[in-house]
Design a protein. Structure first.
Length: 278
């Protein structure tokens, strides 16, 4: 399976899961009055839209170069990843945080939490499957000897690292919501349900911050790793006739597209034809 295909598969899997889960969460929130469940419904709805935006960005980034974009449109994927991060922070995190505060100020007793348990259990299963697809897509690009966390931090494919962070955060948020509903019902304290909503909001804001940081680095113009740069230097120095090579200038234009500029000096005795090569 190609890298692009695995990225799309993880996004399609996440979208399919989130559409079904969002509907069930909103129905359960309406039936039970759970603040945490409403926050989770908002979270799933935002994740559905975010998956669509990443698919749109992935499609736009694969357009061929033209006169106005001689290096292609690869960076458009990084732009849409930044938009997704902003949406997670403002809508997902902000709305969940607001809903939690409102529920703390005006707590309402939970009614028939069985619906919450059923929906949360199914949601954890489907979100876990979507997270597994995203993690598998990430691991397919893992360099030999690299850890999972290092691969996630250094990934240049927003369709993968954003999907991993979103789905892992979704599973964590569901567990928090489940705990809030359970404790709120057990202790007859609806404020705990509102507190769970606040935790979910903070979790989404942290994930959004990570995505903003990663997307910004790629938009500004992140280059290849120091190890890869050393390999480029070593290969260039092995070329016959090369007397001096300076540090390469590189920049990622897309997850699998890098621009490379080399400043190389050749032996003075070489002719232009010899420098040009066969």
């Amino acid at each position: 399976m190609s890298a692009s295909s695995s990225s799309k598969l993880s996004l399609y899997g996440g979208i399919a899961a989130n559409v079904a889960i969002a509907v069930s969460k909103f129905v359960a929130a309406y039936l039970t009055g759970s603040s945490a469940m409403l926050s989770e419904g908002i979270h799933s709805l935002v994740d559905t839209g975010n998956g669509g935006l990443l698919l749109y960005g992935l499609s736009r980034s694969q357009r061929p170069p033209d006169a106005q974009h001689p290096f292609g449109h690869g960076k458009e994927l990084y732009f849409w990843a930044l938009i997704v991060a902003v949406l997670i922070f403002s809508i997902g995190g902000g709305m969940s945080f607001y809903e939690g505060i409102q529920h703390l100020r005006h707590p309402e007793p939970l009614e028939n939490p069985l619906w919450n348990y059923i929906v949360l259990g199914l949601s954890i299963f489907f979100e876990g499957a979507a997270a597994w697809l995203a993690i598998r897509a990430l691991l397919e690009k893992r360099p030999a000897g690299s850890s999972f966390w290092h691969t996630l931090r250094t990934s240049r494919d927003p369709a993968v690292f954003a999907s991993v962070l979103e789905n892992v955060a979704a599973v964590a948020g569901l567990l928090v919501a489940l705990l809030g509903v359970y404790l709120g019902h057990l202790l007859r304290n609806p404020a705990l349900d509102g507190a769970a909503s606040l935790v979910i909001g903070l979790l989404l804001m942290v994930v959004a911050g990570l995505l903003v940081s990663r997307s910004k680095a790629l938009l500004v113009g992140e280059g290849i790793t120091a190890e890869a740069a050393q390999q480029v230097l070593a290969l260039t120095r092995q070329t016959p006739g090369v007397t001096l090579v300076r540090a390469p200038l590189t920049m990622y234009l897309a997850p699998d597209d890098v621009v490379l500029a080399l400043d190389v000096e050749f032996d003075d005795h070489l002719t232009a034809t010899q420098v040009e090569g066969p």
